[in-house]
Structure formats: C-alpha cells, structure tokens
Design a protein around this ligand. Structure first.
Ligand code: PMP
Length: 416
C-alpha cells in the first residue's frame, strides 16, 4: 500500500465520509494536519454524539426518576432508553444488568467493594494477569489489604500473550475471582477470554473482564463470553467522558449489597431502616450523568450504523499496515507482537527516549501516547521504562502512519 493509500474506500466503510463526521480531526496542530493516533487513551466524537448531547441540554434536561413533569419524563426516557441501547449493544439479557458508572475504573471498584470485599478473606485468591491496566490491579490490591485475600498474577510471554498453561495451573479451589483484560491497552493483545472464562468457571471462580479496549473495536457479546462482570468506558468509543458501564449477571448483582448510598438507590428511607431500590438503580446513588448516557446511546447508534464487524475489519487493515511500515524504521522495536491484536502499536526507538519521540512527532501534528500507559508491570516485564504508542480507530488512515514513520526517521537522524 502506498502513501497515497490514505482515505481508501472500503466496501461498507467510506473513511473520507466518516472523517467528515469528526470536526476535531480537521485542524492543524503545529502547522500540520492533525493525525490523531491516541485512540486507546480516548477516541474522538462524531457530530451525531455532540449534537445529541447539545440537543438534550437544549430541549429535554431535567433530573431523572423524580418528577411527573414533562421534562423529567423526557429526560428519564432518554436516560433509560440509552441503557436499553447499551444492553442490546453487548447483548445483556436485561436492562437490569447495565449499571451506569463513571467508567471502567469505577465499574471495577464497584465489583471490588460490593462483590469481593464482603465475600473474601484470608486464603482466598484473586487472579489477574501481568498485562493488566492499573485499573484492574489496584482495586484488587486494596481489597486484598481489606480482607486478607491474596492477589495472584498470571505470567505473559515475550510476545505479550498470556501463558494459558500457567493461567490454568494457577486456578484452584482458592481462586474466588479472575479479573483480566479483554484487550491490553499497552500491547494490543486480544486475550482468549472466552476460553479463560470457561477455565475459571470450571474452577468455581467468578469472572470480571475489563473490556475498556475491546468494546470500541469488536463485537462483544457478554452472554457468549459467559463472564459475570464486564466493564467498559464511553469515552474510548466515541461517547462522552465520565460515563461507562458495569455489566453484571442479574443473579450476581441481586446478591450484592449497594456500594454507595444516597438518593435514587432507595425505595424508602426511615431511621428504622432503608429499603434499597431494584436493579439497576440499587447501584446508582445520586443524580447520574444523564447527558453522558444520552451521548453514549448516540455513540452506540453511530457505531452500529457503521457496523462493528466493518470497524474490526478496517482496524485490522490499519494494524497490518502500521506494523509493516513502522517495522521498517531503523532501530524500532515493537513491544507486543501477539498473534491476535487490536490496532495498537507500542514501540521503542533505539537511542531516543519515548518522551522525546512524543514531543518530536507532536511538532509534526501527530498525537501518540508516551509513557507506561498505566501498565507499569508490563513495562517492567519488557525491561523498558516507557513506550511510544500509536493506537487506531476506524477513522484513521494509512497516510497518518506513513507520516508517523517519516517523523520517526527524521528523529533518528536528529539523534544520530
Ligand atoms: N482498562 C483498560 C484496559 C484501559 O485501557 C483503561 C483506560 N486507559 C482503563 C481500564 C480505565 O478506563 P477509564 O479511565 O475510562 O476508567
């Protein structure tokens, strides 16, 4: 594919037309056209989402679940309608299984505090992997401190794949919970989570999957995966910041006590005792992020219009091209070479610190992430302090990767 291959037209996916939906992409940064390759940190929003949020505030806003007046009814319908869209998007069995949270991080903390903390004690184990995001490590460390349970870590190999044999060996009667990422943000590895969930279930453990990097890029069916919990964030999938979802199987959520207390999570309050609300509201104390939910629903509509299979196919193409083109840069080493990968290319460049790479390519209008990507144990495993990371969305082009490669070649010359 040549440098002219940017904005190519795919059957069913017209990248040029899609890019027209994203106003933010059409700007100059440091006198160059913006190339936004930091989608794993946060994606951008199409007009359809921006307009849905603006329209909600312009015409429909009031608090939800509280008023009989027209605006409150409309806001409640929009808010609960968005929940139904999210339920359908991940194929949950019921709207009761979709809990709004601030994002993946809050969803995992909810499970840590409302599921794990009341159940676990000394001798119990929580199994994670070496490639987890800090959001899927620290809440479990906190629960271990609170309960006396032990955090066990499944190793990875040089390609950045989980060692399944070791993972299975570490499962045992003491394993109460397995908490693993569906897709690694630092490496791009797509983990065989269906298989891992089946292994964990066979050992009698509950399973939480961190889907922050999976749901934006592929069709996810929580029932097919067979997990108990699945967490993801709106802002990585074209929706607003500050909102995400905890999917939980209804039976397991029903057994859990509430996490935070306050308005909306109750049916009746007296000083003799409080009756908690039904699912899903039992876990949604206080005024929720209504506009965020509305925007998240619009984002899901937008992704469905394009089609998750078409998105996955387009991003696979971008990954194949980026891997090939970036590998040709002298001294560049890709960190994370798993067989099944999402469109994430983490790399180090001989003789240049990743932070310098970030600054140099930013001068050319190219946004990549540099640092430990909230996955310090992964960096430690690969013996690097940090990496630079180009992470793609369906609206990216091959031309943007060609520009990144050219900027890296220039950096090599500067530092030579
Ligand atoms: N898990 C993974 C794999 C992630 O990539 C991220 C975000 N970088 C998170 C969890 C945390 O998501 P959030 O910051 O939206 O809560």
């Amino acid at each position: 594919m040549s440098a002219r291959a940017g904005n190519i037209v795919q059957p069913g996916l017209d990248v040029a037309r899609i890019r027209a939906d994203f106003p933010i992409l059409h700007q100059a940064v440091n006198s160059h056209p913006l190339a936004y390759l930091d989608n794993a940190a946060s994606s951008q929003r199409p007009l359809q989402v921006i307009d849905a949020v603006a329209e909600y505030y312009r015409s429909d806003h009031a608090n939800v679940h509280r008023g009989v007046h027209a605006l409150s009814q409309r806001a409640t319908d929009a808010f609960e309608g968005a929940r139904s869209k999210l339920r359908a998007f991940v194929n949950a069995a019921s709207d009761k299984e979709i809990i709004w949270t601030r994002g993946t991080t809050e969803a995992i903390n909810l499970v840590a505090q409302a599921w794990a903390r009341p159940r676990l004690g000394p001798g119990d184990e929580i199994l994670v992997s070496r490639m987890e995001h800090h959001a899927n490590i620290v809440p479990w460390q906190m629960v271990c401190e609170q309960t006396g349970a032990t955090l066990v870590v499944a190793p990875i190999d040089e390609k950045g794949e989980i060692r399944l044999d070791e993972f299975e060996r570490l499962l045992g009667p003491a394993t109460r919970l397995v908490a693993v990422g569906h897709v690694s943000n630092a490496l791009g590895t797509i983990n065989p989570v269906r298989e891992m969930t089946a292994m964990a279930k066979a050992a009698g453990a509950a399973v939480l999957l961190d889907g922050a990097q999976a749901v934006p890029h592929m069709r996810v069916d929580v029932r097919e995966l067979g997990c108990d919990f699945y967490a993801f964030s709106s802002h990585k999938m074209c929706g607003p910041t500050g909102i995400g979802v905890l999917y939980g199987r209804e039976a397991i959520l029903a057994e859990m006590p509430p996490w935070q207390g306050g308005g909306d999570m109750i049916l009746a309050v007296s000083f003799e005792g409080t009756i908690y609300n039904d699912l899903p509201w039992k876990f949604e104390a206080g005024t929720p992020n209504i506009a965020g939910a509305v925007g998240f629903g619009a984002a899901v509509d937008y992704l469905e219009d394009i089609g998750m299979d078409a998105i996955a196919a387009r991003e696979a193409q971008l990954l194949e091209h980026a891997t090939r083109v970036l590998s040709e840069v002298p001294g560049l080493r890709i960190i994370g070479t798993a067989e099944h990968k999402a469109a994430v290319v983490s790399f180090v460049l001989e003789g240049i610190h990743p932070h310098d790479i970030g600054t140099i390519v930013d001068a050319e209008g190219i946004a990549v992430r540099t640092g430990h990507h909230c996955a310090m144990p992964v960096m430690e495993f690969f013996g690097v302090p940090a990496t630079a990371r180009a992470s793609y969305s369906f609206y990216n082009t091959e031309e943007e990767t060609e520009r990144l490669a050219a900027a890296l070649n220039k950096a090599q010359e500067m530092f030579a």
